[in-house]
Design a protein around this ligand. Sequence first.
Ligand code: PAF
Length: 284
Amino acid sequence: MDIIRNTNAISEWGASRRRQGSTIGFVPTMGALHQGHLDLIRQAKSDGHSVVCSIFVNPLQFNDPNDLANYPVRIEEDRRLLEKVGCDALFLPERENLFKGFEPERFDLGSLDEFWEGPIRPGHFQGVVNVVQRLFSFVRPDKAYFGEKDRQQLTIIQWVAKQRRWPESIIPCPTVRENDGLALSSRNLRLNQLERDAAPVLFQALTTIANNAFDTPVAVCLAMGRSIMEKEPLTSLEYLGIAHPETLEPLRAWPSSVGAIALIAARLGSVRLIDNLFLSNPRA
Ligand code: PAF
C-alpha cells in the first residue's frame, strides 16, 4: 500500500492509476479504523476500484474542543488493517497542506441540518461537507463510500452532491454491528467496561421501534423506545425520534408511501453515541 502525505502527490497517484485504466474508489475517514470502515474498503475493492482511504481528523467538524483533543489516533494500527484488506493507498494529509489557500464555504444544506445532530453540534455538517469537498478535489474519486451509521451525514452529502452536481457517486454502506447490536464506531474505544456493557441499549430501543413501526402510532413507539433507555441508568438520552427518510424531518404519523428512519443519540459518561435504523413500510 502506498502512503501519501501530500495533496499534489495523491492527485498524481490517481492520475497515474487512471492512465493504467483504473477507476478510483475513496473512503474518507478520521482513523481509529474498525470493521465498519474496513467493510467500506472491501466494498470499494469489490466494485473493482483502486482504493484510497484518507485519515484526517478534521478540526472543522468539531464544535467541542475536548472531543477533538480526545479523538483516538492510531495510525500504525490503522495502516496494518488497511494493508490486510488490500487498500491501495493511504492518504494522510497534514492540516497545513490540505488547507493551504482554503477558505471554508457556507453550503446550502436545505433544512437537513435543522434536526437531530444539527442543533446539538452547530457548524458540524458545514465542517464535514467542506472537508469532503476538499478531499474530493485532490483524490478525484469516481465513487466515495459512506456508512449509514452516520445517516444524517450521508443524507447531507448525497443532497449536496446532487445540488452541486459533484461528479463523484456517493455509495451508502450498511452499518456494521457487534454481536450484541452495538453499532461500530471509533468512539466505542473510549467506553469503559460498564459503559460498553450498557451501550447496546441504543440498538434495543431502535429495534423495539422497528418491531412496532407502521402498526403502532409513532408517539407510542417512541414512548416504548424511551422507556427502554430509562431502564439503563448509565445512559443519558439526547434524542430519540422518527424521521422522513429523505428530508429527515421529525414525523408524528407514519408516512403512507415511504419508510422512515429511527434515530437516537445518547451519552454514556463522556462518550456520545449515535445510531439509527431504517424502518421499512409494509404498505409502500
Ligand atoms: O465520517 C467521518 O469519519 C467524517 O465525518 C468524514 C466523512 C471522514 C469527514 O471528516
